[in-house]
Design a protein around this ligand. Structure first.
Ligand code: HH2
Length: 292
């Protein structure tokens, strides 16, 4: 059974990288059996959605051929589809389509181009902003106005998706994707503007490099990836308080606790305010409701 909608708090998407080279958990869940075991832990910890990815998007990551990505992702999606809502983290049409056929009901698309696939299959779609590709994106990224440029691109893509009939459209500023530390902070500081677009907002800061650079270890060195839970939790909580309706994280149990507190009755962002919004210019279809 897919997990039910939890209208009392923002949703927590658990990250499952079936890759040898992801920046945080690369190699840990690379074998199908281990990936499924990790997903089951995240489900037990309260994950609303498990996001299965077979290609790292970290800066400098090598592209993965479609057949290899399919081999990594599809058996895991198939095994999980009856147990939890599954999303597929891919930029390839063939992989997105195969994952949906295997039971995924959300396409998490860091290229913000795959809405036609979501429309074809009647599933949800996440449009994430990025500038460049993993190979180039952290080489001196430049914006005249990062907040308005990111917002404009996301709204443009989301409107196109809605016009094509995608009923569940999420927007995500793409923290760390072609952004400096300052760009990331400006975007996190302006989430209210994205929320005001009417599209539900998703944010992923978990364990990312800017956290290691900002929240340094006691000796002044960059905090190692495995020690970034406090900063990850602080930024996820910030995002949820600003109205993000979903956060994408490695540390599910801790983030679910934060989500429950953010969504507590009486909170400005309390129960009801986290119900995923209908894409602005279209009606929901029941298939595409979150939790469907
Ligand atoms: N971040 C990563 C991957 N996919 N998808 C969305 N929507 N938003 C994000 O911020 C986002 C994402 C990068 O994190 P991770 O999956 O942990 O690492 P890797 O790309 O190295 O596998």
């Amino acid at each position: 059974m897919p997990s039910p909608i939890n209208e009392d708090r923002p949703l927590v998407m658990g990250i499952l990288n079936v890759t040898p080279d992801s920046f945080s958990d690369g190699g840990e869940w690379f074998e199908t059996e281990r990936a499924i075991m990790r997903a089951q832990e995240m489900i037990a910890e309260g994950a609303d959605i498990v996001d299965v990815g077979g290609e790292s998007t970290r800066p400098g990551a090598a592209p993965v051929p479609a057949d290899e990505e399919l081999r990594r992702v599809v058996p895991v999606v198939e095994a999980l589809a009856g147990q939890v809502r599954v999303s597929v983290d891919t930029t390839k049409e063939t992989v997105a389509a195969a994952a949906v056929e295997a039971g995924a009901s959300l396409i998490n698309d860091v290229s913000a181009t795959l809405w036609p696939v979501a429309a074809r299959f009647g599933v949800g779609w996440v449009a994430m902003h990025r500038k460049g590709t993993p190979a180039t994106m952290q080489r001196d990224p430049h914006y005249d106005d990062v907040v308005s440029e990111v917002t404009a691109l996301l709204v443009d893509r989301a409107d196109r998706a809605a016009a094509a009939g995608v009923a569940e459209v999420w927007i995500d500023p793409g923290i760390g994707f072609g952004k400096t530390v300052d760009h990331n902070l400006l975007l996190l500081g302006s989430l209210g503007g994205l929320v005001a677009t009417g599209y539900p907002v998703m944010v992923g800061t978990s364990r990312k490099g800017f956290l290691g650079a900002l929240a340094r270890s006691a000796d002044g060195s960059v905090t190692p990836v495995g020690d970034r839970l406090p900063a990850s939790l602080a930024t996820a909580t910030w995002a949820m308080e600003q109205g993000a309706q979903m956060v994408r994280v490695h540390d599910v149990a801790a983030t679910v606790q934060a989500a429950v507190l953010v969504g507590r009755p009486g909170s400005p962002a309390g129960p009801g305010s986290h119900r995923p919004a209908t894409a602005r210019s279209t009606e929901h279809s029941s298939r595409s409701e979150v939790g469907a």
